[in-house]
Design a protein around this ligand. Structure first.
Ligand code: UDP
Length: 323
């Protein structure tokens, strides 16, 4: 298939592009390179530089590429930042997303796989979280993703666009070529690995007084290769609607630090700090629907292998991509 990948220079987009190409698809990456990296794009992909907030630009690119399907990763994705500049999040994630779908309508493209998030659930009433859980986001990031999900449901019902929403839990890990490089880095695993590389003194544990077994937050860490495989499964067939993507196991912040100590052989000093606003105590997926409907089975689901793959990439790329 001919696939347009928005945000293909970002973390999850870069790995999915690599895997789409490996599976024999033709890929064009559309990216504004504001937060992504040129060297994160597989050399086999075509590249169109542009910003989704520019309606004309995405319409032009869509008319030239004429994709069979779109995978939509391009977005701002930092919860804390979204609380500071909500309008920026709604402009990029919602308005940019609507410009993309409008361009699809004009060009006749009828399938989109959209990167959504467990942040659309907010503080869940039950864990593990199923797709039936109420969606009540607690920050503009989650709200902007939910707003595009809701619009896409109507585009499906009234305009015939098949829309799959993949609600990611905590994406992590790397392939041999592509890994995680954000500036500034806010995610737990890359921060820990920066300590192991001697680039930071210590890791801060954001709160140890949560109602969890060791007092630190539980998250469901899912390997980027498993996430990408789910996108490729979602592409084929007649799928639409939401799918949670996680392993179904919650690891605490302390578990992650302890595992990273074993993997890296570094002591990784850690200090307990204040809670980070907006952090739910437990976010753990039920991915039963993705198993049953997409036939998706995560294969790299133990924390040690996940951290090992990230550690290998960070050792190879101590300065990240450098662009
Ligand atoms: N966390 C932490 N110290 C850090 C970064 C993150 O204790 O320097 C915690 C954070 O509070 C959350 C977990 O690690 O409980 C995962 O955070 P991350 O930002 O990686 O992902 P999120 O769950 O926010 O999407």
């Amino acid at each position: 298939m001919r696939i347009l990948v928005t945000g293909g220079a970002g973390y999850i987009g870069s790995v999915t592009t690599e895997m789409l190409l490996d599976a024999g698809h033709e890929v064009t990456v559309f990216d504004n390179f504001e937060r992504g990296h040129r060297s994160a794009i597989d050399v086999r992909a075509n590249v169109e530089e542009g910003d989704l907030r520019n309606r004309t630009r995405i319409a032009e690119a869509m008319a030239v590429i004429k994709p069979d399907a779109v995978m939509h990763f391009a977005a701002y994705a930092l919860v804390g930042e979204s609380m500071e500049v909500p309008e920026t999040y709604f402009q990029n994630n919602l308005v940019g997303g609507l410009n993309l779908v409008d361009a699809m309508l004009v060009s006749g493209c009828k399938k989109i796989v959209f990167s959504s998030t467990c942040a659309t659930y907010g503080q869940p009433d039950r864990v593990p979280i199923t797709e039936e859980e109420m969606q009540k986001p607690e920050n503009p990031y989650g709200e902007s993703k939910l707003a595009l999900e809701k619009a896409l449901r109507w585009y499906e019902e009234l305009r015939g666009i098949k829309a799959v929403f993949l609600r990611y839990f905590n994406a992590c890990g790397a392939t041999a070529k592509f890994g995680e490089d954000h500036d500034p880095e806010t995610h737990l695993i890359p921060i820990i690995l920066q300590v192991a590389l001697g680039k930071r003194e210590e890791v801060q544990i954001f709160g140890d007084d949560y109602e969890t077994p060791d007092g630190t937050c539980l998250r469901d860490y899912i390997h980027i290769v498993d996430l990408s495989r789910a996108h490729i499964l979602a592409l084929t067939g007649d799928h639409s609607g939401p799918f949670n993507l996680g392993n179904g196991t919650g690891y605490s912040v302390k578990d992650v630090i302890e595992t990273a100590r074993r993997v890296t052989g570094h002591p990784i000093p850690a200090r307990v700090a204040a809670r980070r606003p907006g952090d739910p105590a437990r976010l753990i997926a039920s991915a039963q629907k993705a198993h049953d409907v997409l036939g998706w089975r995560p294969g790299l689901d133990d924390l040690e292998s996940i951290i090992k793959s990230a550690w290998d990439w960070h050792q190879e790329h101590p300065e990240g991509y450098g662009d």
